[in-house]
Design a protein around this ligand. Structure first.
Ligand code: ADP
Ligand code: MG
Length: 607
C-alpha cells in the first residue's frame, strides 16, 4: 500500500475525540470521582456513596439517590456534548449546576470499562448500559434502586501512556480522599460515604450547619480555633470560618473556598488569604479557612479549564479587597461578634478572683515598674481598609444580632483575672470559660509592632536620644547592609551617623525600644536586610520586617512585668489588630476552655 501524504486533513471520529477530551477532563481516578460526584449533586441526590478499589485504578464506583435517568436519557448522556444543563452559549454565564460541558460521561466511558445503572423514582424498571473503551457493548432493562450507580473500572486500560502516569495506589487514594473531604465540606446537606477496598473510611451524616460539617471533618478542636466570618458587599457574600493565626499548616490544603458552592481555586484568593495574615504566621506556614463566597454567577468564569477547579473573576480586585477585609475584620477583636457573647464587664482585683484560692497562687514577681517602660497607647484602628457601602446583614445561620462593633470596647478577654505566673515566662489568667496563658514578652512584641507600624504609616516616629551616643563597630558585610538601609532605619526612628571604617554612631533609637542595646540591635537589623530578601520586598514590607526585628529585640530586653503590668499588657493586646501571635507568628497567648481542660484531664468521659 502506498504511504499516505502526511498532510491529509481528516475529521476525527467521535471515538477519537472522546479519548482526546478524556485527556483534558480525566487525569486520574480523583478526576473521575470529581465528575461523578458533581453529577450526583446536580441530580439532586442527598446520599452519595463512593467505593474505591486499589486507589481507584481498579475501580471507582458511585451510588446516588438522585433523579436517575430513563433509557433514552441514559443513552444520550454518554454521547459527547450531551447535557441536560445548558441549551446555548448564553447559559454559560448563568451556571448553577456543577457540570455543563456534557463531556464527562463520554470521556470517562471512552477510557475505561463503564457500567451505568439508573432508574428514575417514578419508573418500575431501570436501565443498564455497558461501555468498554467508548464502544457500547450492551443495553438492557434491569431492576435497580432509584437513582444512579456508575462503575468505572480499569481506568486507561486502552491508553497505556496515561496509565503509566498514574501514581502509586496510596497517592491516588490520597487525592481521592482530599477531594472527597472538600465535597463533604461543600455539601453538608448530603450524606457522604467513602469505602476503600471494602472498608468504610469516611461517613458524614447530613448536617444542618456548615460548622458541624467542619467539626465532623476536622474535629471540635479545630472548630474552637476558628473565627466566624460574615461579610457582605452588594451582591458579594463571604461567610464561613477562618483560623486564628495560631492554627496553621505546612500547606494550603485546609484553605477551602467554595465559590457558589463549587470548590475552586484562583491565585487572587490565595493572595488575599495570605495578605490577611501578614505578620502573624511563622515563616512558611499557611492559615486555615473554610469559606463560602457567593456572588452572581456571571462574576465567575468557570470555563477556564475543563476540570473547572481554577476559576477567574470579573471584578477580581473588588473580590480581593473584600476577602481581605472580611478576614482581617473577623480576626480582630472588634470584628463581627464571636460565637460566644462576651460576659458583662468585670474587673475584680486579683484577691477577689472567683473560685481562686490565694494559697495556691505562685509567688508574685517583685513589681519592677521602672524596668518596664509603659507601652505606648495603641491608636484607634485606622489602618483598616475603607468600609464598602453595604453593611453586612446577619446571615441566616448566625444566631447573634450584629452590633456596631467599632463603637464598643473590645470584648476580647475582658473578664480575664490575673492569677499568677510560672516564675519566669508565663502569666496566667482566669477567664469566664477557662484559663489563659500569656507570654508577656510575645505580647509586648505584638503591641510594639502595631505601634511602630502605625507610627511609620503616619510618618511620626518617636525617637529617643541616647544619653551617651554609642559607637558600633560592624563587620564590612553588616556595614554595607546598614548603609543601604539607612533610610528605612531612619523611618523607624533611628538616628545614625556614619563614622567611617565600618563604624556607626547611634545617636537615637525608636522611643519604644526602651533599654534595648543599640549595638546588638543594629547588628541584628543588618542581618535582617540580607540582599536577597531585600530584592524580593517592597519598601513597606522591608520596613515592616525591620520593625518586626526591633520589636522582638525590644521585647526581649524588658524585664519580667509585675502583675499589674501583665493585666495592662493583656488589655492593650486585646486592642491590637492581630492579637493572637507575634509578628513572627509565635503565639502571644493560649486559651484553654473548660471543655479542653476536662478533655486533657480525662474528665470528659465516664470512668
Ligand atoms: P454535564 O454534567 O456537563 O452535563 P456529563 O457528561 O457529566 O455532562 O453528564 C451528562 C448528562 O448525564 C447530565 O447532563 C445529566 O443529565 C446526566 N447525568 C449524569 N450523571 C447523572 C446522575 N448521577 N444522575 C442523573 N443524571 C445524570
Ligand atoms: Mg458532569
Amino acid at each position: 500500500m502506498p504511504a499516505e501524504p502526511a498532510n491529509i486533513i481528516r475529521v476525527l471520529s467521535d471515538h477519537v475525540c472522546n479519548k482526546i477530551a478524556a485527556g483534558e477532563v480525566i487525569e486520574r481516578p480523583a478526576s473521575v470521582l470529581k465528575e461523578l460526584v458533581e453529577n450526583s449533586v446536580d441530580a439532586g441526590a442527598d446520599r452519595i456513596e463512593v467505593e474505591v478499589l486499589q486507589g481507584g485504578r481498579k475501580a471507582v464506583i458511585i451510588n446516588d439517590n438522585g433523579c436517575g435517568m430513563d433509557r433514552d436519557t441514559a443513552l444520550l448522556a454518554i454521547e459527547r456534548h450531551a447535557t441536560s444543563k445548558i441549551r446555548d452559549v448564553d447559559d454559560i454565564e448563568h451556571i448553577h449546576t456543577m457540570g455543563f460541558r456534557g463531556e464527562a460521561l463520554a470521556a470517562i466511558s471512552s477510557v475505561a470499562r463503564f457500567i451505568l445503572t439508573t432508574r428514575p423514582a417514578d419508573q418500575l424498571s431501570g436501565t443498564r448500559l455497558e461501555i468498554e473503551g467508548g464502544t457500547l457493548r450492551n443495553v438492557e432493562e434491569t431492576g435497580c434502586p432509584a437513582g444512579t450507580r456508575i462503575e468505572v473500572r480499569n481506568l486507561f486500560f486502552n491508553v497505556p501512556a496515561r496509565r503509566k502516569f498514574l501514581r502509586t495506589e496510596s497517592t491516588e487514594l490520597n487525592n481521592i480522599r482530599s477531594l472527597f473531604r472538600v465535597f463533604a465540606l461543600a455539601h453538608p446537606d448530603i450524606q457522604l460515604i467513602l469505602k476503600v477496598d471494602g472498608r468504610e473510611l469516611e461517613r458524614y451524616p447530613v448536617q444542618a450547619r456548615f460548622e458541624d460539617r467542619i467539626a465532623d471533618l476536622h474535629g471540635a478542636q479545630v472548630l474552637q480555633n476558628l473565627k466566624p466570618v460574615s461579610f457582605q458587599h452588594g451582591e458579594l457574600k463571604i461567610h464561613g470560618f477562618t483560623g486564628l493565626p495560631t492554627l496553621h499548616r505546612s500547606d494550603r490544603r485546609d484553605q477551602v473556598c467554595l465559590i457558589n458552592r463549587r470548590p475552586a481555586t484562583a491565585p487572587i484568593l490565595a493572595y488575599a488569604i495570605r495578605e490577611s495574615y501578614t505578620d502573624t504566621l511563622p515563616k512558611g506556614r499557611h492559615p486555615v479557612c473554610f469559606l463560602h463566597l457567593d456572588m452572581p454567577a456571571d462574576w465567575v468564569d468557570v470555563n477556564v479549564h475543563p476540570t473547572k477547579r481554577e476559576v477567574r473573576f470579573g471584578p477580581s480586585q473588588l473580590l480581593r479587597d473584600c476577602l481581605i477585609k472580611a478576614l482581617t475584620e473577623s480576626l480582630q477583636p472588634n470584628g463581627p461578634p464571636a460565637e460566644i457573647e462576651p460576659p458583662p464587664p468585670c474587673e475584680p482585683p486579683q484577691a477577689q478572683a472567683p473560685q481562686f484560692h490565694p494559697e495556691h497562687r505562685q509567688p508574685e514577681l517583685p513589681p519592677a515598674p521602672e524596668n518596664y517602660p509603659p507601652l505606648p497607647p495603641l491608636p484607634p484602628q485606622t489602618a483598616r481598609p475603607e468600609q464598602p457601602a453595604a453593611p453586612p446583614p446577619p446571615p441566616p445561620t448566625d444566631p447573634l444580632p450584629q452590633t456596631d462593633a467599632a463603637d464598643q470596647e473590645p470584648g476580647l478577654w475582658k473578664d480575664a483575672v490575673y492569677l499568677g505566673n510560672t516564675g519566669d515566662r508565663y502569666a496566667l489568667f482566669q477567664t469566664e470559660d477557662g484559663l489563659l496563658i500569656m507570654n508577656p514578652s510575645a505580647a509586648t512584641e505584638r503591641i510594639l509592632f502595631e505601634q511602630a507600624r502605625t507610627d511609620m504609616e503616619k510618618g511620626k516616629v518617636a525617637s529617643q536620644a541616647l544619653l551617651v551616643p554609642e559607637t558600633v563597630a560592624c563587620d564590612p558585610q553588616e556595614a554595607k547592609q546598614i548603609e543601604k538601609r539607612k533610610d528605612d532605619l531612619q523611618a523607624l526612628g533611628f538616628v545614625l551617623a556614619d563614622f567611617g571604617g565600618n563604624h556607626f554612631l547611634v545617636e537615637a533609637m525608636p522611643a519604644w525600644m526602651g533599654d534595648a542595646d543599640p549595638a546588638s540591635t543594629l547588628k541584628e537589623l543588618a542581618m535582617e536586610t540580607d540582599p536577597q530578601a531585600g530584592k524580593l520586598s517592597t519598601p513597606k514590607q522591608l520596613r515592616d520586617r525591620l520593625a518586626r526585628s526591633c520589636c522582638y529585640l525590644a521585647a526581649r530586653s524588658r524585664r519580667n512585668p509585675s502583675p499589674a503590668e501583665c493585666t495592662r499588657l493583656l488589655k492593650t493586646l486585646a486592642k491590637c489588630q492581630m492579637p493572637y501571635t507575634t509578628p513572627f507568628g509565635r503565639p502571644t497567648l493560649l486559651h484553654m476552655d473548660k471543655q479542653e481542660l476536662n478533655r486533657k484531664f480525662g474528665l470528659d468521659r465516664p470512668l
